[in-house]
Design a protein. Structure first.
Length: 134
């Protein structure tokens, strides 16, 4: 037991010295806030079904908002594009999984021409692509 304790103590001291010297070496470099921020993992259903859908904007207008809400809910969830937009002719992969285990979602998209397109009961467990067209 004393040999194990001595080895463990030596490993701890070596690790502490290695960490201290690494901090001193990088102390002059600026720290980027993103490196220090922990990012929460998105909610994930435990059933193993793929709920990733590529949203295609083939309308000719820029998509400014995209919502995907569980069809069992009466309100729209947050805008999945956030501050971004989806230009005409572009596509984006979206993980529609909100952790609820639902497969049926309602989609709503808003465009720069003022149009809003809504589709109900889209089965995101069975499709890989969804197209917005004129």
């Amino acid at each position: 037991m004393t040999t194990f304790t001595a080895i463990a103590r030596a490993a701890l001291i070596a690790a502490a010295l290695g960490t201290a010297s690494a901090s001193v070496a990088t102390a002059a470099e600026p720290l980027v806030a993103a490196e220090r921020t922990a990012v929460a993992a998105p909610a994930q259903s435990r059933d193993g079904l793929n709920r990733r859908v590529r949203i295609h904007n083939n309308t000719g207008w820029t998509m400014t908002h995209f919502y995907a809400s569980d069809s069992r809910v009466d309100s729209w969830q947050e805008d999945m594009l956030g501050r971004d937009v989806l230009g005409a002719g572009s596509s984006i992969m979206m993980n529609i999984d909100d952790g609820s285990g639902a497969c049926l979602y309602d989609f709503k998209a808003r465009f720069t021409n003022g149009q809003e397109l809504t589709r109900f009961n889209v089965n995101v467990c069975q499709i890989a692509d969804y197209y917005y067209t004129r």
